[in-house]
Design a protein around this ligand. Structure first.
Ligand SMILES: [Zn+2]
Ligand SMILES: [Zn+2]
Length: 339
């Protein structure tokens, strides 16, 4: 079988490898679609804090069951599936407590362990999740980012009837805004520097979009949310400017959920967190139940994914897909690899 390996920043090479055999508890997934996400792009440029080369990328993907071990009960041959790409120890304090998404020894498939950028991937049955028959492979590959959004929204106290501000309108910000609306937010505002991304957010039903290059966010907040501004803020950009916006524009006593991945260590006015009694909360990945809910929301047609799907490349074109993303700048959302 073929594998695509990121050997060093900017270089993907193809290699022939043995098709893996499964043991009792394992499933062999024939890969069909892989989504390229922001953290893959950071890793491709050697800028991800936790991903080192060489690596076989691919942590958001879908496929079909090609083979399974004797003890596998949750899927059948040829089932359409996705995988929850979390390798956890099962023994640390957090795993014992059920918070395995922040396991002390967490490894992510496609980041610190080999991922889906190959014809077949072998995984433990616990990580394999069956998809509804009518779900497309593209939708299946997007369960992972939708689950990130579901987990983030559930991290907040409750978004019901709240005014929600989402900073960053990339895939995760867009999906977080959509999930917040679905879960009952009164209204959702999203910001970005890219009109392209903001237009997509509008297509997906987000109530208010603000290009912070052109407008003052504070004024827009008061205009649309009133003088009490936002009730909950989601930071989904991973930038110094956005986390500082969150902290400075937050109403006293409110909650900020940090979803973005920070490549750098931006200076932050932490004094305001104390002075305003802000609750700053991180959100990392998801749990099995977030995956289940993500699949439900997608298959019920509640989340709009089509506007986020930018382009698809063949497996051989993996390097071209990255070139396309680079060239497209802010005019690209989700790019897929098809096998
Ligand atoms: Zn990702
Ligand atoms: Zn653990």
């Amino acid at each position: 079988m073929k594998q695509a390996i990121l050997t060093k920043p900017g270089q993907i090479i193809f290699r022939e490898a043995e098709k893996p055999a499964v043991s009792d508890n394992e499933v062999l997934v024939k890969i069909k679609k892989i989504g390229i996400c922001g953290s893959d792009i950071k890793a491709y440029h050697g800028k991800h804090p936790y991903i080192k080369c060489p690596v076989i990328q691919g942590h958001e993907f879908s496929g079909v069951v090609e083979a399974k071990g004797k003890a596998v009960r949750n899927v059948a041959l040829r089932d359409k599936v996705t995988v929850r790409p979390q390798l956890v120890c099962g023994r640390c304090y957090l795993c014992r407590k059920g918070d395995y998404n922040i396991c002390e020894h967490l490894k992510v498939i496609g980041c610190q362990s080999e991922g889906a950028a190959q014809e077949f991937l072998r995984v433990n049955q616990d990580l394999v999740v069956r998809l509804p028959k009518k779900m497309s492979f593209e939708e299946g590959a997007m369960v992972e980012p939708v689950a990130v959004a579901v987990h983030a929204v559930l991290k907040a106290e409750s978004v019901r009837r709240k005014k929600v501000l989402v900073l960053g309108a990339g895939t995760i910000g867009n999906l977080t805004a959509q999930v917040a609306r679905i879960m009952g937010a009164r209204s959702v505002m999203i910001t970005d520097l890219s009109d392209f991304r903001l237009r997509i957010a509008m297509e997906c039903g987000v109530d208010y979009v603000v290009n912070v290059k052109k407008r003052k966010l504070e004024e827009q907040l008061e205009k649309y949310f009133g003088q009490d501004k936002a009730d909950i803020i989601f930071e989904c950009a991973g930038e110094g400017s956005t986390i500082n916006q969150a902290i400075s524009l937050a109403r006293k006593g409110t909650e900020i959920i940090v979803v973005g991945v920070f490549g750098l260590k931006p200076p932050v006015d932490i004094g305001l967190v104390q002075d305003k009694e802000l609750r700053l909360k991180g959100s990392l990945m998801y749990k099995a139940e977030d995956y289940d809910l993500a699949i439900k929301l997608i298959s019920a047609g509640k989340i709009k994914l089509k506007p986020l799907m930018s382009k698809t490349f063949s497996f051989q074109e993996y390097p071209r897909a990255y070139k396309f993303i680079e060239k497209s700048g802010d005019k690209v959302m989700k790019v897929f690899i098809t096998l």
